[in-house]
Design a protein around this ligand. Structure first.
Ligand SMILES: [Zn+2]
Length: 293
């Protein structure tokens, strides 16, 4: 088969079909590193993956590195990652191996934002797409949360457990297919570090731009008031002008380990209001956002 032309989704579907047929007891919590080593050995005997290991990576979350002889590859994940993060990072680097190793014979290093697919680099988005599709197949995920559902962190956390990924990875995966207007916001000490909007939210103008520097949290929001209570986690309703010029339901909690607060925002289910009449301008805004995201 001509694997050179296979894209991220095709590779992910290939392994998902294989896993569906094998139907192991813990179908969605399989060992990704083992899958990478075993399948690369049979598919690409000339340069297989022979090592999956933890290393100090100096700011990077993961890397795909060649051996000196260039006949072996290693997947490395940075120290201190939760089991779910680690698993996603390994899948991401496996994606680089399948899709990009010929183009990058010296290997690839990935930051945390790269692994999450939040950077503009095409190769990073492709590796993220592969990891997302491999670990959280869309057909199964849509059975857990339908595109019209309004999940809270409880429901998204159950998906993170099901697929053994981080809550952030599970939430970003859902945001990429939902028909709802929603955002995930990550903040540290009162400032938005990054945020990600679903496409319906994005095209209706509901996004937070962080490419020009940190953005202060809205002072009246639960997360802005550091209200990390069970109530805030379960959802607080806000009037217009707290987050956006419309009513918003906010779900916030603080991750104890990383000192980062995570906020899920559900916006109204009305049709996206075209805040720019001109279709071309709207497209332009979207393109610009994607480039700066
Ligand atoms: Zn990467």
């Amino acid at each position: 088969m001509d694997f050179e032309n296979w894209g991220a989704q095709r590779w992910a579907n290939h392994f998902n079909q294989m896993l569906n047929l094998a139907n192991p007891p813990d179908r969605y919590r399989f060992d990704v590193g083992k899958l990478a080593v075993e399948t690369s050995r049979s598919l690409f005997p000339a340069d297989p993956i022979t090592k999956v290991a933890e290393e100090e990576l100096d700011g990077f979350a993961g890397a795909l590195v060649p051996s000196e002889s260039r006949t072996r590859w290693g997947i490395v994940y940075g120290t201190g990652q939760s089991p779910g993060r680690r698993r996603f990072t390994v899948a991401h680097e496996f994606g680089h191996y399948l899709l990009h190793r010929r183009k990058y014979p010296n290997g690839i290093h990935s930051s945390e934002a790269d692994v999450d697919g939040r950077t503009k680099l095409e190769v990073e988005r492709e590796a993220n797409e592969f990891a997302s599709w491999l670990l959280m197949p869309l057909d199964d995920y849509r059975k857990q949360i339908s595109p019209k559902d309004k999940p809270d962190f409880e429901v998204l956390g159950q998906c993170a457990d099901r697929y053994e990924v981080s809550l952030v990875a599970a939430t970003l995966r859902w945001l990429r297919y939902t028909e709802r207007r929603a955002l995930l916001v990550a903040s540290v000490e009162g400032f938005v570090k990054w945020s990600w909007s679903s496409k319906p939210a994005l095209v209706s103008g509901a996004f937070i731009r962080t490419s020009r520097g940190p953005v202060p949290l809205p002072p009246e929001s639960a997360v802005g008031r550091e209200m990390f209570t069970a109530e805030a986690r379960a959802g607080v309703q806000h009037d217009a002008r707290v987050w956006f010029n419309e009513r918003v339901r906010e779900f916030s909690f603080r991750s104890e380990k990383y000192d980062t607060a995570y906020t899920l925002l559900h916006l109204g289910d009305e049709e996206p209001r075209r805040w720019i009449d001109d279709e071309a301008q709207l497209e332009d805004t979207y393109e610009r956002f994607m480039k700066n995201a």
